[in-house]
Design a protein. Structure first.
Length: 257
């Protein structure tokens, strides 16, 4: 549960923020709900080999630092951390709270992770002599979001093929790379510099999947020009679309420094 005041992450069911003391909203995600979600899967490259080279306590400290900037990037764009693994984060954009631009928010979070990882990697290199990097996969599609587990341990996460493909796209990315699937590409290609990566076979898939590599954000001018090329009108939505575009441009400008 994310604090609406300071964005600190609190345990599910907490009544007050452990960081600032703000009262937390009493909400519970709908169980077994079908949603259109952009799933972000990020992990530390070569974590097994890296962990072998440092003391276990140092590795815990190193990974906590990595989780800190990955979780911060998800919270910044109002995503939800669905799962923390030993070296990876699974995050949802579109559940339990949905936005018109969830796919774009997922990509912006991934770019922030990449930038933060570069800065963090310099510290890790200087302190431990290790090459630290992350890689990210993002996939968009219908999925079932639900609370899994029991009364002793539960987590809110995405189940099904969309999340599985996001994890496999992450595995295709190069160190510090971000790979997205075709559905995500269709939603964000006007907003980011993207190049075709390849058509890849994925385990359990009969057909090759088109993959795309996110290079970076477009400039403000390029974004405006590309959005102007979208010619399919939404009747009665002019004001809403203009507000959404203005909000997104402000977020991208702020994230770019």
């Amino acid at each position: 549960m994310t604090c609406p005041n300071c964005r600190a992450v609190n345990p599910q069911g907490a009544k007050f923020c452990s960081n600032c003391g703000t009262a937390l909203p009493v909400t519970r995600p709908l169980e077994g709900e079908r949603r259109l979600v952009s799933v972000l899967f990020a992990d530390v490259v070569g974590s097994t080999a890296l962990a072998e080279q440092v003391d276990p306590e140092e590795w815990v400290e190193l990974m906590n630092g990595a989780f800190a900037f990955m979780i911060a990037a998800v919270n910044r764009y109002e995503g939800t951390v669905g799962r923390l693994m030993g070296d990876a984060v699974l995050a949802l954009f579109g559940a339990p709270e949905a936005h018109d631009d969830d796919a774009a928010r997922a990509v912006m979070a991934a770019l922030d992770m990449r930038d933060a990882a570069a800065a963090y990697g310099a510290i890790v290199k200087r302190k431990h002599g290790l090459d630290f990097a992350v890689r990210v996969g993002i996939n968009t599609g219908l999925t079932v979001v639900t609370t899994v587990g029991d009364e002793t341990k539960a987590e809110y996460t995405a189940m099904g093929d969309t999340a599985n493909v996001a994890a496999r796209l992450q595995g295709l990315a190069q160190p510090q790379g971000i790979v997205i699937g075709p559905a995500t590409y269709a939603l964000v290609n006007q907003l980011f510099e993207i190049k075709d990566a390849s058509r890849e076979p994925l385990k359990g898939k009969a057909d090759l999947l088109s993959t795309y590599e996110v290079v970076g954000r477009r400039t403000k001018t390029a974004v405006s020009q590309n959005l102007a090329d979208v010619v399919s009108p939404f009747v009665g939505r002019t004001l809403n679309l203009e507000r959404s575009r203005t909000c997104l441009l402000r977020r991208m400008r702020g994230a770019g420094g």
